[in-house]
Design a protein around this ligand. Structure first.
Ligand SMILES: [Zn+2]
Length: 344
């Protein structure tokens, strides 16, 4: 293994263990060397980069040729995997095309909470222009990952661009070494830090009583519980789905119980309106519940929402995904594959 690959694995594990940068199987990293791009495999967790094989080799030239012709093979990129180097038969990340779009050798994509709390705004590009004036950066409006996002990135990427903010999604940095990529990531995150309200207190025993017999469990996370006690947070996240991984792991937006309504009924009410039933249920002033069988990924995504919410204010012009955008994500085959993998 090359020293750069060793360094990439170390950075991946570090970034993956920071819930303010990456949650569950979200985010991905890559290294290009000798005509091959080693990219995180779909459904694997960056935080496991040093203990498991999570990187898949993809042949760069054929992938770039296919991107040039908008070839549907770019949706999953499985056709470009170097089978001779892929002993575990892993599939490349659903965001492989984002990484291939850069000529830089190292690309790091994170679902950075600070960045997302800007990227969910309708005025994200204008506001970030003030924050990121010292960077070679570009804003990419929300597109579904896969071919639609790759096409939009191609329109906006200049040869010098090494920072992308993806609307309603996250952050990408690119460099020629792992050390430079890490430096750039730290600098960008520092530039976009947003004040977060302090988290409310809650009473866990009252929450356990609340969940009893409902098939739900209280989230053990203070950042998640804040959604029930901080009116500004609740008002913002009640608007809908803020970013792709939320709907993929937790259904559309959140359910908020109305007077006397059970958590299950509140979730079904949203589902009946044609949107994927939300898994996260807020009982205002009392607590936040997740299904009794919630996976580690669902807990991590709930924490992500709590962390974004305490950085939003009532006056923020929040943009949520449209129903069409929500359905395009849940009906996308590459996403169905990612969700079908066993929870890490
Ligand atoms: Zn992403």
């Amino acid at each position: 293994m090359t020293t750069e690959m060793t360094a990439l694995k170390a950075l991946s594990a570090k970034v993956g263990a920071n819930p303010l940068l990456v949650q569950a199987a979200g985010g991905n990293t890559s290294l290009k060397q000798d005509g091959v791009m080693w990219i995180k495999a779909s459904g694997t967790w960056l935080q496991h980069a040093q203990e498991r094989d999570i990187f898949v080799p993809v042949a760069i030239e054929p992938l770039l040729d296919a991107l040039e012709r908008d070839d549907p093979a770019c949706e999953t990129c499985t056709d470009f995997v170097r089978a001779d180097l892929n002993a575990l038969g892993l599939r490349p990340s659903i965001e492989t095309t984002v990484h291939a779009s850069f000529a830089h050798r190292v690309v790091v994509h994170v679902h950075c909470i600070e960045t997302i709390s800007w990227a969910v705004r309708q005025d994200a590009e204008a506001r970030l222009t003030e924050k990121l004036s010292g960077f070679d950066w570009a804003f990419v409006p929300y597109r579904r990952p896969g071919l639609p996002l790759a096409k939009e990135i191609r329109k906006r990427l200049k040869p010098r661009t090494n920072v992308l903010v993806l609307g309603n999604h996250g952050l990408v940095v690119a460099a020629d070494t792992v050390a430079e990529a890490e430096r750039l990531l730290v600098q960008v995150v520092r530039a976009v830090v947003k004040p977060a309200r302090s988290l409310a207190r809650y009473d866990l025993s009252a929450l356990i009583t609340l969940a009893q017999g409902s098939g739900y469990q209280p989230s053990p996370d203070k950042a998640v519980q804040a959604l029930a006690f901080d009116e500004r947070s609740l008002a913002m996240v009640s608007k809908g789905t803020l970013y792709p991984d939320h709907i993929v792991f937790l259904g559309a937006g959140i359910a908020v119980t109305e007077d006397g309504e059970t958590p299950g009924k509140a979730a079904q009410r949203i589902g009946r309106a044609g949107r994927p039933e939300p898994k996260l249920v807020v009982v205002p002033g009392q607590g936040v519940l997740l299904p009794g069988d919630a996976t580690p990924a669902m807990h991590a995504m709930a924490r992500c929402l709590g962390d974004v919410a305490v950085r939003l204010n009532e006056a923020d012009p929040v943009r949520v995904l449209t129903l069409e955008e929500e359905l395009a994500l849940v009906n996308w085959d590459a996403e169905k594959y990612r969700q079908s993998l066993p929870a890490a």
